[in-house]
Design a protein around this ligand. Sequence first.
Ligand code: C6P
Length: 409
Amino acid sequence: MMTTDLASPLDVAAIRRDFPILSGATRLIYLDSAATSQKPRPVIERLARYYETQNANVHRGVYRLAEEATAAYEEARATLARFIGARPEETIFVRNATEGINLVANTWGAANIGEGDVIVLTEMEHHSNLIPWQLLAERTGAQLRYIGLTPDGRLQPDALEEILAGGRVKLVATTYVSNVLGTVNPIADMSRAAHAAGARILVDAAQAAPHFPLDVRRLDVDFLALTGHKMLGPMGIGVLYGRQEILDAMPPFLGGGEMIRRVGREHSTWNDLPWKFEAGTPNVEGAVGLAEAVRYLESVGLEAIAAHDRRLAAYALSRLREIPGLIAYGPEERGALVAFTLPDIHPHDLASLLDERDIAVRAGHHCAQLLHERLDVPATTRASFYLYNDERDVDTLVQGIGHAREVME
Ligand code: C6P
């Protein structure tokens, strides 16, 4: 069954032409954007232009080139701040979402969470939003409590309220969008509940920021982490948002150059926000590349991308469900991905057979082992979509799965 993408709000064919890796002689069916996205030409060219015309260390030199590099870096920060509705002081460049969450656990967490305090997590967390809290709990004697899941992969309604009613909750740390189930969690409601109980909330927006508009003020969150490589930006750059008054009160994370104001023999004082949390030479080219990615996303339109993703996820669900025995995990309303199992093919075998047809999907536990235990499967195959995918890619995937099943018979 072939379909057209006439109803999509995006001109997918034109978008694909912006991505050199998708414009080769054979059509690459790239269905692994939840792992990392491909990069459009403006981002690739921006990286080259930075090194060809602007490269110098930032916040250090007084010569013109260094000032230009500094301006480019700080303009990138302003772009990212605007993108998430934050102030530049609240927008810290980190390596990725993982580093952003570890920063919070090791600074705010270490200073504010003690023995017997409660950290609330969910059963759908990626290891990045699980292990930092386990490590902190082991060090401090804090307790971890988990919000369980409904059979269709949503957070148990009322579970957060019940845990909060038990007292001593210091932090709710939750993903915005699950990288396996596609579930989009009700962050504004969770923030309200956490704050009413005197707790802070941290949101892992790794799978949200690429796909729909975000506003940290409207969500009223205390911390939010995103990762640039999943939203058309380079690898090795991400953003941690923190509410200004919380960041002001937090001790620094890494020590070194840039994060200091005055250094003494025994004690030192710290730089202003956000540089207090940016020790050492930063990833300047990553930051300017990520800002270019944001401009590209905004030129296409985040609302249009969100509508496109919703349509494609619904189409993929309906087509995949035509395959006998296939189990798709997660709710109907979802982000741009579908993880599934087949009764007769292991996910790794399926991914290898699909690869022979230039279809790239991910197989495994997707860094969410707890969730896979909860689903009672060791691994799933995951197809994830973005602005450069269309129904044709889904149809090719479904045909590829049909072929794989024939091979395995
Ligand atoms: N998930 C996936 O294939 P980093 O590695 O820090 O850029 O992103 C970590 C991360 C955090 N939270 C969520 C919800 C994520 O999905 C990811 C990355 C990839 O699902 C790679 S494991």
